[in-house]
Design a protein around this ligand. Structure first.
Ligand SMILES: Nc1ncnc2c1ncn2[C@@H]1O[C@H](COP(=O)(O)OP(=O)(O)OP(=O)(O)O)[C@@H](O)[C@H]1O
Ligand SMILES: [Mg+2]
Length: 253
């Protein structure tokens, strides 16, 4: 069974940056394994961070199946949905990518939720490693469209408010009673003093800190230039920080 890793946290804390660098390190450190990235954020931009072109999201494709006239004559609706779901996979040499997209029209995936869950379960079986860039509300985790999670990284930026918010995400995850085996906190965009000054707030969350990712001028530069973070070099501060976090968390094993 694939190892599932998910990344959670409030808006703008650095989830996509971390997920992209996590995937980069998986490709570099574990050559030959099959990797699926899932962008579960309605405001999807993991593809951009990975340098992959996304043509359609799952929710757009599901929307198309709502029109009865779109279903080819003689084809059952769930077979048609399955066919559409299969079209949504972006394939590349090292990483495949699924983009969930935002809820369309009246608000939710509703009917196809079960089909989506089954699809993700089936597709997950084709990979050794699955990484999910979650949306802030953890909808796909609470609805269990994501089958199970081995390691959840909760991301906070280096503000006290960010840490308190990570604490609430932690409570939310515990409240879901979903199958999340291990949860770690990562603090991003840190400077030399950040971890000391935040230690009290961190303790209150009950989360275990697995490491921090310093504010990296290279990440800022790539962001401004619209360059994929996946192309950062091995000596970038953020890449080195993510690599040591993943080693400590036992992700490469
Ligand atoms: N270690 C870092 N050093 C410098 N800038 C960073 C770092 N991590 C993230 N950023 C910047 O912070 C901003 C938000 O990062 P990112 O998009 O990864 O956050 P997010 O949690 O995925 O946001 P959203 O909730 O909008 O999806 C981006 O401009 C990114 O370049
Ligand atoms: Mg993001």
């Amino acid at each position: 069974m694939a190892k599932y890793v998910a990344v959670a946290g409030k808006g703008g804390v650095g989830k996509t940056t971390f997920t992209a660098l996590l995937l980069r390190q998986m490709v570099h450190q574990k050559r030959g394994i099959s990797i699926l990235a899932v962008d579960a954020d309605p405001n999807a931009n993991l593809g951009e961070a990975l340098g992959l072109t996304v043509t359609s999201t799952i929710s757009e494709l599901l929307e198309q199946t709502k029109d009865p006239k779109a279903i080819p004559p003689g084809m059952a609706k769930d077979i048609f949905i399955e066919y559409k779901l299969n079209q949504s996979l972006v394939e590349s040499k090292d990483i495949d990518l699924l983009v969930m997209g935002g809820p369309q029209g009246a608000g939710c995936y509703c009917y196809p939720n079960d089909l989506l869950r089954k699809h993700l379960e089936n597709i997950g079986e084709n990979y050794d490693f699955v990484a999910v860039d979650s949306e802030a509300g953890l909808e796909h985790i609470s609805r269990r469209t994501i089958p199970h999670i081995d390691v959840m990284f909760v991301i906070s930026d280096s503000s006290a408010r960010g840490i308190r918010s990570a604490g609430r995400v932690h409570d939310l995850i515990r409240g879901l009673k979903s199958a999340v085996k291990t949860i770690y906190l990562i603090v991003t965009k840190t400077n030399e003093e950040s971890m000391d000054s935040l230690s009290e707030e961190i303790e209150k969350t009950g989360l275990t800190v697995i490491g921090d990712i310093p504010l990296d001028p290279k990440v800022v530069e790539y962001d401004l230039a619209g360059k994929p973070l996946y192309d950062l070099s091995d000596d970038a501060i953020s890449v080195k920080a993510v690599d040591s976090i993943l080693k400590r968390a036992g992700i490469f094993i």
